[in-house]
Ligand binder design. Structure first.
Ligand code: PEP
Ligand code: MN
Length: 357
């Protein structure tokens, strides 16, 4: 299944480029800058942009493919990839000699669309990258990849770009759920898996830590959004870096990979702990906010803040979850006693304050 199409010796395969092609000048400029780094294997550039809500910039379409074709001729060592969502997109990409296409997260979750794309791509000698669907359904991701593989596409790879979960308390735009990429690797051994830290993080400040984790988990390469002037980008401005930013990220990735000093490893792990603690505190705040709402409802029904039956059931459920993931039940009990005590104290405070007025 694996070949050398998405492979570079001695370092991860790097796909970099703007979220969207915005003009011929922007594409020409970013291509020249990325080429000059000599660290980029493939340029990414969105030509048709799937926007979550109407009204935004939807890409420049076919004219942008002509500019890409001209740049390919100018830089023979460089390859280009674009997102495709419909068979017409595939036909146009093939006609313009685009080297690889990717199926975006809003398309890969739709088996009808993937089926149509697979048909259009049948027997193609180009690369096809399949992003994970927005929904955290690994079967859907695997299914999309299988549909493309069954169409005898020569070079297939997956892109892990994180999953959208409603109010997950995660600081990132999309939750990585690293275990999903690990499981995909287990199910489809040999399939190259790339990490897209840009769409995962949603902000350039998170790229470094996400790339470090992906690297520790053995990812084969990265797809990173790079714009000549991210602050003016028409799409995904916050998460794009400029070329200097990309070079710094790649240097830090290399340092991470070669860091055998305990201190550097500790720092990476501590960054992860810090991010988790932020989420824990955030989640506690949200939990106490809900406790306050519960206090108001209990008051209307003249209920006590402390409800032993609910507490016993809650503890039972938490202990059972804890057990299923191998967490020490004594620890989880102590933790929940503290949380519950604070929740009751908060509710009594609300009730007391209401009584005073
Ligand atoms: C993109 O790569 O610009 C894009 C739209 O990504 P995703 O499908 O992962 O949201
Ligand atoms: Mn984007």
């Amino acid at each position: 299944m694996s070949d050398n199409f998405f492979h570079t010796d001695n370092r991860p395969f790097i796909i970099a480029g703007p979220c969207s092609v915005e003009s011929r000048e922007q594409l020409t400029q970013i291509t020249a800058l990325l080429q000059a780094t000599q660290q980029v294997d493939m340029i990414r550039c969105g030509v048709w942009k799937p926007r979550t809500r109407p009204g935004g910039f939807e890409g420049l379409g076919e004219p942008a493919l002509e500019w890409i074709a001209a740049l390919r001729a100018q830089y023979p060592g460089l390859r280009f990839c674009c997102e495709v969502a419909r068979p017409e997109h595939v036909e146009l990409c093939l006609r313009h000699g685009i080297d690889a296409v990717w199926i975006g997260a809003r398309t890969s979750g739709n088996p009808f669309s993937v089926g149509e794309l697979a048909q259009a791509l049948h027997g193609c000698d180009i690369g096809v990258l399949v992003k994970n669907p927005i929904a955290a359904d690994i079967n859907l991701w695997q299914g999309a990849i299988e549909r493309i593989m069954q169409a005898d596409v020569a070079h297939v790879a997956a892109i892990h770009r994180g999953f959208y979960l409603y109010h997950d308390g995660c600081p990132y735009r999309n939750k990585p759920l690293w275990e999903a990429a690990i499981e995909l690797q287990r199910r489809l051994p040999g399939l190259p898996i790339f990490c897209d830290p840009s769409h995962m993080g949603g902000h350039r400040r998170y790229l470094q830590e996400l790339m470090a984790t992906a690297s520790d988990l053995g990812c084969n390469g990265y797809m990173i959004e790079v714009h000549p002037h991210p602050e003016t980008a028409l799409t995904d401005g916050d998460q794009q870096v400029d070329v200097a930013g990309l070079v710094a990220l790649l240097a830090s990735l290399e340092a991470h990979q070669h860091a055998d000093s305990v201190e550097m490893r500790l720092n990476t792990l501590r960054q992860q702990i810090d991010a988790i603690d932020e989420r824990l505190i955030q989640a506690m705040g949200e939990r106490m906010e809900i406790s306050r709402k519960i206090a108001h409802l209990k008051m209307t029904d003249h209920l006590e803040a402390y409800q032993p039956q609910r507490w016993n059931e809650l503890l039972r459920q938490r202990l059972s979850t804890a057990q299923s993931i191998g967490l020490d039940p004594h620890f989880v009990r102590k933790l929940y006693e503290a949380i519950h005590e604070e929740s009751i104290r908060t509710q009594e405070e609300v009730m007391g304050n209401a009584g005073v007025h």
